[in-house]
Design a protein around this ligand. Structure first.
Ligand code: ZN
Ligand code: ZN
Length: 260
């Protein structure tokens, strides 16, 4: 099982999770916040074409996550999974798309990948994040959450790899030129995870199998990769690989648990 990002941040997100068993390969796209052409261009960087995508799972209706989902899915006949709350926010864009509903706590199967949606606190209708399980390894994904909940920390326990939002440095956000209302939204209980909050989640979760952490959804204005890395590294032992995802490049294929 392996994962790669087409880009990560408030200007667009798309994560790819892929597993191979025998001759079959399953590749799930988690969110797609890029226009169709741009998504195709970014897929090509990973030697993928739209025909390689088995399905798209959606976390919530914000444009940086769904901006490209429905056009891409319609054009390339890719099925989409989303919560009913998210559907209510985007239904005018869904004509002609093969839609499937998912909900917190109920696994869904796409090819050889089992995806488990779990609820997170964020200012959207029915936001979820996902844990992907190939039967051999588990990848936890958590972005777009305003604060840590015990439920999230339990959901991520036992993952082999983790993609974890490090949206902002609290001091940089305080000092930024953003309007006060936007600062309150981002830093609020239903906004985004700071480096410090991400580190608290990482410190609290079951890390017995964890080998890799990728800091994600970094703000270009209110964070730096160095600050995010330092926060994550401060709560884990040596031997766990820590990197960050970037808006333009995302990151190339990384193995989950050292096996693909
Ligand atoms: Zn987002
Ligand atoms: Zn969001």
């Amino acid at each position: 099982m392996k994962f790669a990002s087409l880009g990560s941040g408030s200007e667009g997100n798309a994560l790819l999770i892929s597993t191979r068993s025998g001759l079959t390969c399953t590749t799930v796209m988690l969110d797609c916040g890029f226009a169709v052409r741009e998504t195709e261009r970014r897929l090509a960087r990973l030697q993928l074409t739209p025909a390689d995508i088995s399905g798209i799972v959606v976390t919530h209706e914000h444009q940086d996550h769904v901006g490209g989902v429905f056009k891409f899915a319609r054009r390339h006949r890719v099925p989409v999974w989303l919560t009913f709350g998210t559907f209510q926010a985007v239904q005018s864009h869904c004509d002609g798309v093969d839609l499937h509903f998912c909900r917190d706590g109920e696994c869904l199967q796409i090819g050889d990948l089992e995806m488990s949606p779990y609820t997170v606190p964020h200012d959207a209708r029915e936001p979820v994040q996902y844990v992907a399980d190939s039967g051999v390894a588990k990848l936890g994904v958590l972005t777009d959450a305003g604060h840590a909940t015990p439920y999230m920390i339990t959901a991520l326990g036992g993952c082999d790899a983790l993609m974890l939002e490090c949206n902002h440095d609290r001091q940089m956000l305080r000092d930024s030129h953003y309007p006060e209302s936007l600062k309150r939204r981002i830093g609020g209980d239903y906004g985004h995870l700071s480096n410090e909050a991400a580190a608290e989640i990482l410190a609290a979760m079951d890390k017995s199998r964890l080998k890799r952490v990728v800091g994600a959804h970094l703000s270009l204005k209110n964070n730096t990769p160095e600050l995010a890395l330092a926060a994550l590294a401060s709560v884990i032992q040596d031997g766990i690989d820590v990197t960050t995802a970037c808006q333009e490049e995302g990151f190339g294929w990384l193995d989950v648990a050292g096996v693909s």
